[in-house]
Design a protein around this ligand. Structure first.
Ligand code: SAM
Length: 276
């Protein structure tokens, strides 16, 4: 008998992977969590049936959500991650030579535990001296911290459940206040093909508060439609101008990819123009 896992990316589209094993399946206080072994992408983490990350393609998302902002800001010393309990974003943050502290605020301790148990390449930085892992609601955390961070990265689930407010203009305003006066915010803003409304919400909400707001793209095979967007809000630095050309040991990110990621197809430009 063959076993398959299917994410319903839209009500009319399922994305299926053949699986060889289910390593964990549980209802946490916040969401349904499963870890399965897929033949195509290795281990896969799903929350509420939506793919969060896989062993084989995680590098694209984690390098692109971190390095664009970190290589734009000339001195990204204190970095906050909201969500990101799998650890991949934290790994990239603490890897950056100028980062002195990476704070991860994840609401669901079971996600962090699943990462520790099944994704050693993602959770490898949880116990590093530069890293702090807190189990708390990022929405409250951001309200309690003013003028504290050089870069804030919102590595959230889709806007459902505890993540709904992470896409609101009020939350972006709190991020603005939690950043220092030359700080940068970056958020994952979903697929231009399937989630134009989310992009309009994120882009429009960030633009209300940040003088420089830009969207960039990357290709993540296991995310809906494969074409993924990130929205960046910056108080001072233009994210298309790099302050550092360091490519570290990246597998997707290069300085050229950084610049090219901001070149948008016409239909994506139209989405953000509609959200302005
Ligand atoms: N890269 C993934 C994606 O785009 O699908 C997201 C990965 S990460 C696992 C997302 C995390 O955000 C989840 O573990 C979830 O628990 C966390 N999260 C959701 N709402 C949150 C909140 N209000 N505060 C902190 N973490 C939150």
């Amino acid at each position: 008998m063959e076993l398959w896992v299917t994410e319903y990316q839209t009500p009319a589209l399922g994305y299926s992977c053949k699986i060889s094993e289910t390593l964990r399946t549980e209802q946490t206080d916040f969401q349904h969590l499963s870890v399965v072994v897929t033949e195509q992408f290795g281990r896969m983490l799903l929350l509420d049936g939506m793919v969060q990350t896989t062993e084989k393609d995680e590098f694209v998302y984690h390098e692109m959500i971190t390095r664009v902002a970190l290589n734009t800001h000339p001195a990204p010393r204190r970095v906050l991650i909201i969500g990101g309990g799998d650890g991949g974003t934290l790994r990239e943050v603490v890897r950056h030579p100028q980062v002195e502290e990476g704070v991860l605020v994840e609401i669901d301790d079971r996600v962090v535990q699943a990462a520790r148990d099944f994704f050693p390449d993602l959770s490898c930085s949880f116990d590093e001296p530069k890293a702090r892992v807190l189990i708390a609601d990022g929405i409250q955390y951001i309200k309690d911290h003013k003028d504290s961070f050089d870069v804030i990265i919102v590595d959230s689930t889709e806007p459902v459940g505890p993540a709904v407010e992470l896409f609101s203009a009020a939350f972006y305003q709190n991020c603005f206040q939690a950043l220092k006066n030359d700080g940068i915010l970056v958020v994952q803003s979903e697929s231009p093909f399937f989630n134009a409304d989310v992009i309009k919400m994120a882009y429009g909400g960030i633009k209300q508060h940040f003088p420089i707001t830009k969207l960039y793209l990357a290709n993540v095979p296991t995310y809906p439609s494969g074409l993924w967007s990130f929205t960046i809000g910056s108080k001072k630095y233009d994210p298309e101008t790099l302050s550092c050309e360091d490519e570290g040991n990246a597998r997707y990110y290069t300085s050229e990819v950084h610049r090219a990621a901001f070149k948008l197809p016409a239909f994506v430009r139209q989405i953000i123009e509609a959200g302005e």
